[in-house]
Design a protein around this ligand. Structure first.
Ligand SMILES: NC(=O)CCC(=O)C(=O)O
Length: 272
């Protein structure tokens, strides 16, 4: 059994305040027995292309040091949401992953940038400021291997499939869906990735701040390998907790053996 906690943080424009609040809620989750704690996408800055440059830090800057200390103090694996990273003049949306003694065990730069245009509803173009990451991310923990993506990455099923086929028991997405696509797709995509790959899937959002320029959907959620929602919440600040039973994953994979039944011989030309 692994206890997972998603910290649905109410993110403000004050970086120090966000770091302090994250530390408090991570400690609260750890005190309730969490082994792995997740923060949301852009957990220490407002989300929006107008904020990335102002809030950006180098990988090993103030935010990384704070996350390392949080993981160590609370003795948890920490999937540290994301923050805008700058390296050699380029900006990335980057998740850092920490072990129980505060060592960096992985980084994921958002691979699929959130560029959409739904007329009259939402237009967003991360690629105006950000560069995409070029690697898929798997981290090894004492609980097993975990795949990490960021938000829009969840729409690309190949990432979760590769993680599952490389042995991951869970795919975890710090995210910040919006109030247009969130109601339709947020839970559906998590359940789809879970049932396709017979793995646990979790996505952690910021809480909704209606005074901010971007209104996050909230509803941080954990789904089991059969596609069942194990835990979720509404849009306010909350900690969402779930026990992940690895036996359930094994049972799902044994009783419905799709991973062995795939016909890769027929899918060869999918990228053409
Ligand atoms: N932060 C994001 O990548 C948002 C993704 C999103 O809202 C979607 O609909 O996809």
């Amino acid at each position: 059994m692994v206890k997972l906690a998603l910290v649905q943080l109410l993110v403000s424009s004050n970086k120090q305040q966000n770091l302090k609040r994250a530390a408090t809620l991570i400690k609260e989750a750890a005190n309730k027995g969490a082994n792995i704690v997740v923060l949301p996408e852009c957990f220490n800055s407002p989300y929006g292309i107008q904020y990335f440059e102002e809030y950006a830090e180098e990988l090993h800057g103030e935010t990384a040091r704070a996350l390392s200390a949080m993981a160590k103090e609370s003795n948890v694996y920490l999937i540290g949401g994301s923050f805008p990273e700058i390296q050699f003049g380029k900006y990335y949306n980057t998740c850092t992953i920490w072990n129980r003694v505060g060592e960096l065990i992985g980084t994921h730069r958002k691979v699929h940038l959130f560029d959409i245009d739904i007329p009259g509803k939402i237009t967003f173009q991360e690629s105006k400021v950000l560069s995409p990451g070029n690697e898929l991310t798997l981290v090894d923990t004492e609980h097993g291997t975990i795949g990490v993506g960021i938000c829009y990455d969840i729409r690309f099923p190949e990432m979760a499939m590769i993680a599952a086929r490389k042995g991951a028991f869970a795919m975890i997405y710090p995210g910040a869906f919006n109030t247009t696509t969130g109601p339709l797709h947020w839970e559906l995509l998590q359940r789809a990735r879970a049932v396709d790959n017979q793995m646990f899937v979790a996505a952690c959002s910021p809480a909704r701040d209606t005074s901010a320029t971007y209104h996050a959907w909230g509803h941080s959620t954990v789904v089991d390998p059969m596609g069942k929602v194990l835990a979720t919440t509404e849009e306010s600040e909350a900690i969402v907790e779930a026990e992940l039973d690895i036996e359930e994953m094994k049972n799902a994979r044994t009783s419905i053996p799709v991973s062995f039944q795939r016909r890769f011989d027929l899918y060869k030309n999918v990228a053409e």
